[in-house]
Design a protein around this ligand. Structure first.
Ligand code: FES
Ligand SMILES: [Fe+2]
Length: 441
């Protein structure tokens, strides 16, 4: 395998192409990133009642996430402790227990082994059932309803892992009544490496006017003015990009939360709520709430606030991903507004969405060319805006001077490189300037 320390260079601005293709790098990602980082599982709105569950994956590890009988959240491996069979094949549902189809061992909604068929007759009551509980995640927690877990007992608490990303996200997550994900999710498969959509969502303001020109034209929303990078489009003044500690980040276009929408109802909702947000979180809170965001939470979860799409990019081998897409809404929105946003999400970033198909084709292209051995010896570049970024007087993280740059790409790849090099949590760099939440508020 190539020297891991050389895969990312120039402070995150240069990536070795092998990281989008090679099997051994992918296997190391499973060990050093997906077995250690906090990973998105689902939203509490998807499992509100005792016995509710969803089946998902943490990296390539199959897991079941449940609301246990006592109301607590649990997550454990979806692999039988007897001979290893997959236990649950349903994607979601409500159950008192999970019973393996092979020999019938049953497990509770906390993963504890509760029944072994023919226990007396075959094991002569000499089996210590506690030994065979399903392996639990090391930590599970939720941030305003978004449930995350990690297999690493030494990982910092979820709020430390999210760090300043949570401070930014509070602007629209910490609203009266909270948020929810409308599911079940839309699903698709893309033949691309999992990092390609993560980098696209974390900070690719560059492609919007170009790759999506036709889609923007078809939708005829205020964002249509960006199509083809037409004269008058001002990437420098229209927004910022931020790389926060730990590889998370976002791009924000100011005053554009509702800009991809043709129905004025969403803009009216944003206006109505902005005063509440301003009261609670001040001017920056209101400005962030009114912005349109593209964002990724390290390592493999992304969203567009304003366009209301929420993505989980599940790695499925080095050159394939399973895409899960929900609609992110505020719980207190009128039902008809939620339905409108859900339909708009289907039309834009759902499986057959106009912008999703634009992106999917490019993401597959960025991965697929690396099949060539000579091609794969090369590098790709994300150095845009490197000389015009830095600490901001009032905002945490590394902040760019415009929406079209690659500041947050670099933050993501610096964190990727840190984790891939096997650094402990203490050793890992914090990814740039860090200001306390109190200082900013
Ligand atoms: S493999 Fe599950 S009960 Fe035997
Ligand atoms: Fe896109």
């Amino acid at each position: 395998m190539k020297d891991v320390s050389a895969l990312i260079q120039e402070n995150g601005a240069v990536q070795d192409r092998s990281i989008y293709w090679d099997d051994d790098i992918y296997l190391l990602e499973q060990e050093r990133i997906f077995a250690r980082a906090w990973l998105f599982l689902t939203h509490e709105s998807q499992i509100p009642l005792p016995g509710d569950f969803i089946a998902t994956r943490m990296g390539e590890d199959e897991v079941i996430v449940t609301r246990h009988t006592d109301g607590s959240l649990k997550a454990f491996l979806n692999s039988c402790s007897h001979r290893g069979n997959q236990i649950c094949y349903s994607e979601m549902g409500n159950s008192k227990s999970f019973t393996c189809a092979y020999h019938g061992w049953s497990f509770g909604t906390d993963g504890k082994l509760i029944n072994v068929p023919l226990e007396n007759e075959t094991y002569y009551n000499n089996i210590d059932k506690n030994r065979f509980d399903l392996r639990q995640v090391a930590q599970i927690d939720s941030y305003h309803g978004l449930i995350f877990a990690t297999f690493d007992p030494t990982a910092p608490p979820l709020m430390d892992f999210l760090g300043d990303m949570a401070w930014y996200m509070d602007a629209f997550m910490d609203v009266p009544g909270g948020t929810e994900l409308l599911g079940p999710p839309m699903k698709s498969i893309l033949d691309c490496n999992w990092k390609v959509p993560v980098e696209n969502f974390i900070g690719d303001g560059y492609h919007v006017g170009w790759a999506h020109a036709a889609a923007l034209d078809a939708i005829q929303s205020p964002l249509t003015s960006m199509k083809g990078n037409a004269p008058g489009y001002e990437p420098k003044t229209s927004g910022i990009q931020v790389a926060t500690e730990g590889g998370h980040g976002m791009g924000i276009i100011w005053d554009a939360a509702a800009a991809l929408h043709v129905n004025p109802a969403y803009g009216e909702w944003i206006d109505y709520r902005t005063e509440m947000v301003r009261e609670k979180r001040g001017e920056w809170g209101a400005k962030l709430y009114n912005g349109h965001w593209d964002a990724s939470i390290f390592p493999n979860c992304s969203f567009l606030y304003g366009t209301n799409t929420f993505k989980h990019w599940q790695p499925a081998g080095p050159r394939s991903i399973e895409v899960f897409t929900w609609t992110l809404v505020e719980k207190e929105m009128p039902e008809e507004l939620k339905q409108y946003l859900s339909v708009m999400n289907m039309m834009t970033f759902g499986t057959a969405g106009m912008l999703e198909t634009d992106d999917g084709e490019n993401m597959e292209g960025c991965t697929g060319t690396n099949k060539g051995w000579v091609t794969r010896q090369g590098k790709v570049y994300s150095g845009m805006g490197q000389i015009n970024e830095g600490p901001h007087d009032e905002l945490p993280g590394i902040v760019s001077d415009g929406i079209v740059c690659e500041t947050s790409y670099r933050g993501f790849y610096r964190a990727w490189a840190d984790m891939m090099s096997g650094k402990s949590w203490e050793e890992m760099s914090r990814g740039g300037s860090r200001r306390s939440i109190k200082e900013v508020a």
